[in-house]
Design a protein around this ligand. Structure first.
Ligand code: 13P
Ligand code: ZN
Ligand code: NA
Length: 279
């Protein structure tokens, strides 16, 4: 699985991670990726695992959907913001391809120690691991945090000592909507990418301009995470559908247009990440 992200880094594009919030997300994301010939990462945030039915249920549901839809592009099933070492291990056991351990609330020493434990377990099972340095701000499914810029030495140490596959250095990006214009630390980004070989991951991409996304890709980001942008498109469409015909109650009539909204948004994200026509 890592080879797909490494290939993206070498060829200067990013594989989008789109967060799954229910069954229609799975179908719509896969359809958008298949039709644009883009590799894709389906992310499930640890915070919403229970809502999605548990690690085992959601992972096997995604795998069954891939088969049922005859999907031919590479798909990576990823645990987003794994909250504990235990949870990351559960995702590995459930059949995930990739897990993120979010040690952003820990001291760097404790972050390295716990990430290492996740990597040891994951690599034995051919699962790749993403680590985080600093803290991505904003509000993600109820996890509220303030931005803390990643320190260069911490990035080097975590990547090397924990033998990470990908690294998410927090450089001013924010989960959810931005208050004002996003202000990413491109100088720090350049230093980090010069010092570290592994692909970088950009979180909080909803709200970042196309130009800044391309800059981040140029500076070593080969995986970019999107959640809010798709959820806004989905909920706007549901509101519109219900407002247009207040007598509607048939779930398919209400939800089908929202699927189209997800598909169109994911396709536009794929184009922003220039991952289309790569497979
Ligand atoms: P946004 O919700 O801002 O797109 O961020 C997504 C993300 O970083 C998921 O890990
Ligand atoms: Zn994130
Ligand atoms: Na964002």
């Amino acid at each position: 699985m890592n080879s797909f992200i490494q290939k993206a880094k070498q060829e200067h594009y990013a594989i989008p991670q789109i967060n799954v919030n229910g069954l229609i997300w799975i179908e719509s994301i896969l359809k958008a990726a298949e039709e644009t010939r883009s590799p894709i990462i389906l992310g499930t945030t640890d915070k919403v695992i229970e809502f999605l039915g548990g690690y085992q249920f959601i992972c096997s549901t995604i795998k069954n959907k891939i088969k049922a839809m005859d999907i031919t592009i590479p798909v990576i099933i990823h645990l987003d913001h794994g909250l504990t070492v235990e949870n990351c291990k559960k995702a590995v056991d459930a059949g995930y391809d990739s897990v993120m351990f979010d040690g952003s609330k820990l001291s760097i020493d404790e972050n390295i120690k716990q990430t290492k434990e996740v990597v040891d377990y994951a690599h034995k099972n051919n699962v790749i691991v993403e680590g985080e340095v600093g803290a991505i701000g904003g509000n993600e499914d109820g996890i509220i945090g303030t931005v803390k810029y990643a320190d260069l030495d911490d990035c080097i140490n975590l990547a090397k000592e924990a033998k990470l596959d990908t690294l998410a250095p927090a450089l001013g990006s924010v989960h959810g909507k931005y208050q004002g214009e996003p202000d990413l630390g491109f100088t720090e980004m350049e230093e980090i990418q010069k010092a570290i070989d592994i692909p970088l991951v950009l979180h909080g991409a909803s709200g970042i301009s196309d130009e800044d996304l391309l800059k981040a890709i140029h500076l070593g980001h080969a995986k970019i995470n999107f959640n809010t942008e798709i959820n806004i498109a989905w909920s706007n469409q549901i509101r519109q559908t219900l407002n247009e015909d207040v007598s509607l109650f048939n779930p398919q009539q209400i939800l089908n247009p929202s699927k189209e909204a997800i598909i169109e948004t994911v396709k536009s994200i794929i184009h922003k990440c220039t991952s289309h026509n790569r497979v």
